[in-house]
Write a protein that binds this ligand. Structure first.
Ligand SMILES: [Zn+2]
Length: 248
């Protein structure tokens, strides 16, 4: 693993256009449980019953009470960890250009990254379903569910529910970023779900090096990634950044 940390630091130090693809695994050390997999939210509640747009439209009170309120409690408390901060540092050094994320927690922006493509939207904002007025999630009054706009309309998070399409401009921008990077850094995602799954492949086919940081091997590991550094996102990124600081 020491060798791979050094290798990643060297690859990043010589790169000019790094793009990161991140998923739930990058925010676990910030206290945000993943949706999928062992211990994930979807083990406890059925996403089709609570996270599908049809369920929300049918019974917004239930979806707010069971899913959204719980997400708000967790995300309100969360702060960026060493992995988010490492990516922000890479941007400040002029190495990293874009973060593509499947997360809705807003922690990349909190850490300081300025170009973040959020496939699934951002939980930091709520939007009125009638007049489209926006409210910061932190400021929303939760004493009555579902929360309502001053016009009386129901608020919904600016996230993509199941059954809703991913905005096409996000898709095109991320494909373009993936095609033009020289290093693709995959952190905390198995990239199993489309459209995220196609992103590392596009980079690989365009000649980029693909570096993966995940606790366990993924479908990318032996086919697309040049190498996998096994471990928690924050811990591994922190060690890479330490090495990188010595190289520059
Ligand atoms: Zn309204």
């Amino acid at each position: 693993m020491f060798d791979l940390i050094e290798k990643a630091a060297a690859d990043l130090a010589s790169a000019k256009n790094v793009v990161a693809l991140t998923g739930a695994g990058i925010s676990v050390e910030s206290g945000i449980p993943p949706f999928r997999g062992k211990g994930g939210i979807w083990e406890k509640i059925d996403p089709m019953e609570y996270a599908h747009i049809d369920s929300f439209l049918q019974d917004p009170e239930k979806v707010w009470r069971v899913l959204i309120k719980g997400m708000k409690d967790v995300i309100d408390q969360a702060r960026p960890n060493a992995a988010h901060l490492g990516l922000a540092r890479l941007e400040a050094l002029g190495i990293l250009k874009t973060v593509i994320t499947q997360n809705v927690d807003g922690l990349h922006q909190d850490a300081g990254n300025t170009d973040v493509i959020e496939f699934h939207g951002n939980f930091a904002w709520q939007k009125c379903m009638d007049c489209s007025r926006r409210y910061a999630t932190r400021s929303v009054d939760m004493s009555r569910l579902p929360p309502r706009c001053r016009c009386g309309g129901i608020l919904r998070p600016e996230c993509v529910f199941f059954g809703e399409p991913i905005p096409t401009h996000h898709l095109y921008r991320s494909q373009d970023a993936a095609e033009h990077c020289d290093v693709m850094l995959v952190i905390g995602t198995s990239a199993w779900v489309q459209p995220a799954a196609s992103i590392p492949l596009i980079s690989k086919q365009s000649g980029a090096r693909v570096i993966e940081i995940n606790p366990e091997p993924t479908p990318l590991t032996h086919h697309i990634s040049d190498y996998l550094i096994k471990g928690p996102a924050g811990e591994v990124t922190h060690r890479i950044m330490e090495k990188l600081a010595k190289l520059r």
